[in-house]
Design a protein around this ligand. Structure first.
Ligand code: HEC
Length: 162
């Protein structure tokens, strides 16, 4: 028995009509794709690291952490002019780039501020968010922003980034 012998299937005449919903769905999908394309075409590419950073694994890692976690407050060059710095309650962000740090400039001081934060201020402790090597790397990057040499204590504790 061949398939031609089967009785024709009844046309689905009644029942809900899904066509309009499908067009709305397709329209939204296209809008989403267009938005995604526009976002990628129009966004400014992130600035490349300067050569002295690119050449130093510790600074490169520190910069990655800094750009992702610290820049919003401390600003691209550490001057305390990040996009949300002006909208914070409590003590101002301050300037990391002048190297005159309120909480001290010994490696242990800087690491402690970054790891534990400063109570009663918007400076949070990053010890539970970042890996120990990332904490050291970003501390090293803070010295770099201030134009200071990276303390050997910091560099020597990160064998993978030396
Ligand atoms: C939500 C905003 C915010 C973010 C994000 C932030 N900080 Fe801070 N940070 C502050 C503020 C505010 C202070 C000033 C605290 C004070 O007055 O004692 C500060 C202080 C500091 C200090 C001490 C400066 C000094 O003068 O002693 C260091 C170092 C520092 N931040 C590093 C970092 C690093 C590294 C990150 C990213 C891992 C980071 N901060 C992320 C707001 C922020």
């Amino acid at each position: 028995m061949s398939t031609e012998d089967e009785p024709p299937r009844p046309e689905p005449s009644s029942g809900p009509d899904f066509a309009p919903g499908r067009w709305v769905f397709l329209g939204m999908l296209l809008l989403g794709l267009a938005g995604f394309a526009a976002f990628n075409l129009l966004r400014t590419p992130p600035p490349l690291p300067p050569p002295e950073v690119a050449a130093d694994p510790l600074l490169l890692e520190g910069r990655n952490v800094y750009v992702a976690r610290c820049l919003t407050c401390h600003g691209p060059t550490g001057r305390g002019d990040g996009p949300i710095a002006g909208h914070l309650t409590g003590p101002p962000v301050g300037n990391l780039a002048d190297g005159r740090w309120k909480h001290g400039d010994a490696p242990a001081d800087v690491l402690k501020v970054i790891t534990k934060g400063v109570p009663e201020t918007r400076m949070a402790g990053w010890g539970s968010v970042l890996e120990p090597d990332q904490l050291r790397a970003v501390a090293g990057y803070v010295y770099f922003l201030a134009g200071l040499p990276i303390p050997s204590e910091i560099r020597e504790e990160i064998p993978s980034l030396r």
